[in-house]
Each structure stands twice: as C-alpha cells, then as structure tokens.
Design a protein around this ligand. Structure first.
Ligand code: SF4
Length: 574
C-alpha cells in the first residue's frame, strides 16, 4: 500500500476510541478475547512493512495489548510507518498476547530480546500490567538499573506515559513526552549517535522532551507538540480485518480539543486544538478509499473541524463513506447525519457525560440538554437507528439529583428517538493528572456501585441498555493515573493482572488505594510533575476552584493569539 509519510507522526494519541476522557473497556484492558476473535497473528494484512535487517538498527515497536487493539491505535500505526520510513531503521511490531509465550515480532517472528531498541506505545494506564509481563517474558531484567551493557534499550511514549510515567518509570530507560513529530528526529539522532546502551542514553539525555527515569533533571521535561499539523499525514499504515475498526481507513483530521472539559486528559494533554486543512486531507481520503469503503475520521473533537461539512461532502463525492467515533451533540448537522447514514453507519455516539445542567457546567462540558434532544431528533429523522450515550458517575460535586438527572435526560431522549435503540455507557469518573481534576478525590467504591446499580435498574425500565464500566478496575486506573514509583514493586510482584493479585500486592507493599485516590492538597508536589504538559498549574487550580463553585470556564478562542493557559506560548518545535 502506498503511504504518504512525512518526517513525523504522532506518538501520543488516544486512539480511535469513542470517549474523550480515555475510557478503557475492561474487555480490551486485560486482553479478554471474545471466543470468535482470532489470536494475535496478522492474517490478511495489507501494508505490512518487511525490511532486511542487514546494516540497519532493529527497533521493536511494542503495543502492550492484543493485536486487534494495537491495530486500532493510530498512534501505534503512525510510528510504525514513520520509523520504517528511515532507511537505516527496521521496525517490527510486537503485541501482547495471552499466555506465557516468548514475545515475537509480527513481521519476522524474531524474539523480542533480539531487538537492541524497544519502543513501547502506551495509551492507557491499565496496559502497564502487560508492559511488565512483556519485559518478563522476553527474558531481560525488568528493572532498568539491573540491565547490562548488552541488554536492549527500552523507550516509552504514549498518552499514559506523557501524563504520568512514574508507576513504571523504573522499568524504562527513556520516555518521550508528547507528540512523535516533535520527538522522533531527536530520539533517532541520539540512537544513531551512540553504539552502546550507555552512549545512547547519554545522547538521549540531551534530547528535548526526553525523560530519563534514572537521571531526572532539576526541571520538568516539556511535552513536545507541533504547531502545523498539515506538514504531516497521520493515517492507517497496516489494514487488517482483525482490528477493532478493521473495515475503515483511519485519517486524523484534527488534534487537541478547544472545550477544556475539566475531567478530560486527552483534551488537556493534546492542547492546543489544531486542524488539518481539507486540501491536505483529500489525497489521504483518496488513498484510503482505494483500500476501504469508509474513512474513519479521527480527532479529539472531530465535530469542531471548521471544514467538516466539506470534508464529509468530499468523501461522499469520492464515492466513499465515513464514520466518526463520537460527535458533540451541539455540532451535529443534517449533512453529517445524512452522510453517516449513506455511509452505512447505524449508530450515533454522543457524550453528555452528566445528567444535569449544573454538573455539566461544573465539568465544563458546556452542553445544553436541548442540544442533545435536538441531535437525537435529527438522528432519528436521518434514519440512524442506534444511539450510544456516554455518562460518568462519581464526578466531583455529584449528588443524587445528578444521577436522577441522567435517568430523566435519557427518558426524554428515548421519547424523541423512538423506535430507535439506545445504549448507555456509564463509567466511574477517574481523576487524571494534568487536568483541573487532578486535585479531586475519586468517589468511594460503594457510592459508585450504588449509583451504577441504581442507574441500571431505573434506566433499564425505559427499555435502554446500560453498559457499566467496572468500578474496581476504574479505581486501579485511578491509582496508576496519579501514582508514584512505589507502585513499581507492586506491578513487578504480580504474576498476572487480576483484582485479587492487585489487592494482595498492594497490601504487601504497605500501600492503599485510598492514599492515591484521596483529594490532593493545593500545594502538594505531584509525582507526575516530572512532565510539564504546558498548562500552568495556577490555571488548573483556578479551573478546579471554579468547578467547586459550579462555574463554567472558557474554551480556547477560535481566533489566534491566545496565551491564556500557557500552552501556545511554549514548547513549539515546529
Ligand atoms: S493558550 Fe489559549 S488557545 Fe492555546 S491551548 Fe491555552 S487556552 Fe487554548
């Protein structure tokens, strides 16, 4: 497959996943495979890159989850294309698989330990468990400090590591913070500069945006991001029907989100919002439609793209279809819905997140109930048959009336959307680093369980299906998201990720979940402040204070020149 590759692609991308705040589904977190799914070997792939190893530096690009999940992640795909675009690099993929087998690359089948450089792409905290298991199974020392000069060099990147690398920092030699386009030239230069592990580490210590866990500097490492996305194409590289979105060709049309939802890691960690112009996207659509009937439009806030209607029309004019992970309800247009229907999309996904206007204001969702109802009505008229709605429980300041509000809002939507089917995905809120809610406590498990039970009972009576996320695993996610290096021995001591193993290991280490999930102090030093994500701490605190007063905030302005949060004034490599 021809690939449009420019010198850059994204490392830190949340992936093609229908929730802005990086929900992790239990099934994909722990590698639970539905029985009908194939095992993790590529069959029928288009676009696989196979290069001779002779005279090249072999790099294992590792995704710590199953093959279908890995191949649905555009950041992983982009890195694969980008690394292989370098003449002197041969990059092969390694994914996590169930069982205890030695990890091998998908391309040549070589054992992971044969690769002198490993690059982990880690978008979710719960994938930390698989990262540990992959290192173990490969047969090299788990702890970076125990590695010998002949051992591989272990690099890491991705949203979860850019947000807070500390729980697994002792297992990695170097971590790239931010977007690949900004990071990779420096990292590759450092790898070429040195011949040994030690020489490469010394060279990496001089690269902007690279964090060396064994030698943290006096100042935080600045997250790297690129100003002009149109210089780069970020699209599917390898196509496979085994991927979770195997029937679409993924194209990233935007990055970042302007709305500033206070719970949203993806929103804060990919600031500022940037949009690829249609003129640069068109060749990518043409290429994609040669291989797939539909384009998967990707971005943290696809519906904010100023040319979205033209993008949709262009794809339809090219004879293709398109799909999107989710849309903002107040940005839904008739053209968009009609295009989705013509593309064969039967489900529209919207994320109101909270049931009452008060709470939606407090989390800075900025969405009116009327907009949701209008979107539901338009979807029904356009022939969309299924509606998927995302909500959270346990948000800061949430009261019983807010849970009642979810029920009432869903009832109104149901009445409008009849006879279409509605599914509700409800996730426990998990406070994330580098967001205004980094100070917030995570709600106690009994409260979350109670609210989920209540919703399941009441909403089910409306004929609406409820899919609740696991409270226990959400809490583990919460511990890791705001965790520190004391969690590394916990992860290291677990043979396999299970709730009982986690609890046992935590107790053995003298730690508690509550200590990590508690409300944080105003002046508390955070473990994740080894990274400067760009938004000034006082801005995050002001937003947290406003949330506690039920006050909304301001989205990024659409006009250029804003300097209000600190991101656009700094760390702009290109
Ligand atoms: S500086 Fe302004 S435009 Fe840039 S990310 Fe911050 S709020 Fe948004």
């Amino acid at each position: 497959m021809p690939a449009v590759w420019h010198p850059g692609a994204v490392i830190a991308h949340p992936g093609f996943f229908p929730a802005k705040h990086s929900r992790q589904r239990r099934g994909s977190i722990l590698g639970r495979r539905r029985s009908a799914e194939p095992a993790g070997r590529p069959e029928g792939e288009v676009g696989t890159i196979r290069k001779d190893w002779g005279g090249r530096l072999p790099v294992a690009l590792i995704y710590p989850n199953r093959y279908p999940v890995a191949m649905s992640n555009l950041g992983f795909q982009a890195l694969y294309g980008l690394l292989n675009a370098e003449e002197d690099i041969v990059c092969e993929r390694v994914v996590w698989e169930e069982g205890g087998a030695t990890p091998r690359s998908l391309e040549s089948g070589r054992p992971l330990a044969d690769f002198p450089v490993w690059a982990f792409s880690v978008p979710f905290e719960l994938d930390f468990f698989h990262l540990v298991s992959l290192i173990r199974r490969a047969g090299i020392p788990l702890w970076a400090e125990e590695r010998a000069p002949g051992d591989p060099l272990l690099l890491g990147g991705g949203v979860a590591l850019s947000a807070n690398p500390e729980p697994i920092a002792p297992f990695l030699d170097a971590i790239g913070m931010g977007e690949g386009e900004g990071l990779l030239p420096g990292i590759l230069g450092a790898l070429r500069e040195g011949a040994s592990r030690e020489e490469r580490l010394v060279a990496l210590s001089r690269v902007e945006g690279v964090y060396l866990p064994a030698h943290p500097g006096p100042r935080p490492v600045c997250r790297q991001w690129v100003r002009d996305l149109s210089r780069f194409a970020t699209t599917s590289v390898v196509l496979t029907r085994q991927a979770e979105f195997g029937d679409v060709f993924l194209v990233e049309i935007s990055r970042g989100c302007r709305w500033g939802c206070r719970f949203c890691l993806a929103g804060y960690l990919t600031r500022p919002p940037r949009y690829r112009p249609l003129e640069t996207l068109r060749p990518q659509f043409e290429m994609g439609l040669r291989h797939r009937r539909r384009i998967g439009l990707l971005g943290a806030a696809v519906s904010d793209h100023p040319e979205l209607d033209h993008i949709v029309q262009t794809i339809l004019d090219l004879g293709g279809g398109f799909t999107v992970a989710s849309l903002r309800a107040d940005r839904v247009t008739s053209l968009l819905l009609e295009g989705l229907r013509r593309s064969g999309t039967r489900t529209l996904t919207l994320a109101p997140e909270a049931g009452t206007a008060r709470l939606r204001t407090a989390i800075q969702k900025g969405l009116e109930a009327e907009a949701l109802l209008r979107a539901a009505a338009m979807a029904r008229q356009a022939g969309i048959r299924r509606l998927k709605l995302y909500f959270m429980v346990g948000l800061p300041g949430e009261e019983d009336t807010d849970v009642t509000g979810i029920h009432e809002l869903v009832k109104e939507v149901r009445d409008i959307f009849r006879p279409g089917r509605i599914t509700l995905n409800v996730a426990p809120f998990v406070p994330k680093a580098h967001t205004p809610f980094q100070w917030a406590p995570m709600a106690p498990a009994p409260l979350l369980e109670d609210r989920l039970r209540r919703l399941r009972r009441e909403v089910a009576q409306l004929g609406v299906t409820v899919e609740p996320e696991s409270v226990a695993w959400s809490r583990i996610q919460g511990v890791l998201a705001r965790g520190d290096r004391r969690l590394a021995p916990v992860l290291a001591s677990m043979e396999s990720p299970s709730l009982s193993a986690w609890r046992h290991a935590l107790v053995a280490a003298g730690l508690t979940e509550e200590a990590y999930l508690r409300e944080r102090e105003h002046d508390e030093a955070f473990p994740w402040e080894v990274v400067d994500a760009g938004v000034r701490r006082e801005i995050l605190w002001q937003e947290w204070e406003k949330a506690r007063q039920n006050e909304g905030g301001k989205p990024c302005p659409e006009e250029p020149g804003c300097r209000s949060c600190g991101v656009c004034a700094a760390n702009e490599p290109g």
